[in-house]
Design a protein around this ligand. Sequence first.
Ligand code: KG4
Ligand code: ZN
Length: 349
Amino acid sequence: MPLVLGIDTSCDDTGVGIVRADVVLANVVDSQTALHAEFGGVVPEQASREHLAVIDATVQTALERAGAELGDLEGVAATHGPGLVGALLVGLSYGKALAWGLGVPFVPVHHLAGHIAAASSEPPFLALIASGGHTALFDVDDGGGISELGRSRDDAAGEAFDKVARLLGLGYPGGAALSKLAEQGDDHGVQLPWPMQGSNGLEFSFSGLKTAVALLLQRQPEVSEADVAATFERIAIGSLVEVTERALRATGRSKLVVAGGVAANRRLREAFAGSDVEVLFPPPALATDNGAMIALAGAQVLAGARQGAKVLAGAQQGSGFKAEARTANTDPSLTVDASPYLPLARPAS
Ligand code: KG4
Ligand code: ZN
């Protein structure tokens, strides 16, 4: 089983992990949260510069924790998208150069395929990824092929939590603080709209809900902030659960993986308790952005290449998420298709 190092620099955390098959040997995350907090959100150029400053040391720390040396690595994986372009380029270029230098295969990994791999769960299953950057539902079939069922047409769930938390003066990122405040409020204390009402689809939407909170606070500045937090949380999480349950019914899947920062939410964790669905939450360190999940996805690809099995992880370049099964390019040259995965990337020829 190959020893694989994985890198994620898609947003504001420099994540480096080392795995052997599905065993995580090291998972080091250098978080930039404090750096961006004063701006109330991630500043892309700052993020890229910080990745560049710390990536080498983060790789060294991961190697030490795994008790490994560079020469022991048998594969390198890095997120090639989606994410902030400058930030992605740091980890992607570092990963490609490392693989080339060591003469081992390089595996470009789709960030969301990484989140799904973090669950280390046997397919088939449904996956709900809800973070500050993404909210989407995926079906993972018997053979491990991933297809997207639906995503948010506007804000990600965590982004909506952060924006509402900001309106309530709770700082950034404010999802956890908002959830804490909600515990003291009445979750029917104010009137807010239910997203995508009347829809039978598998899409999410959170910006209308967020705007409704902003308008409410403008019109009624004396309103109970705890009631606003509680009502917002009931509706935002309720909407995530509603669409996910619809997808479970539509696909007949009985297993659900929930990942991303919002998976820490108490209401979301309790929502499926008592249902027939087996719900899996990756351990917190693997549920939020990290390098180990990218290494896990990379190891799956490399194992597939060696065993000839159909595996997932990685995605075809282009717009939208087309995570078709692909095998690793075991040629350690730089010709591997590892361009950043961006809407503006040249179309695959
Ligand atoms: O996956 P993640 O760590 O990384 C990024 O997306 O960058 O997700 C972070 C998101 C933030 O928006 C944060 O506010 C949200 O997860 N979050 C929560 C909770 N804890 C973190 N949202 C709701 N309830 C929580 N308890
Ligand atoms: Zn993520």
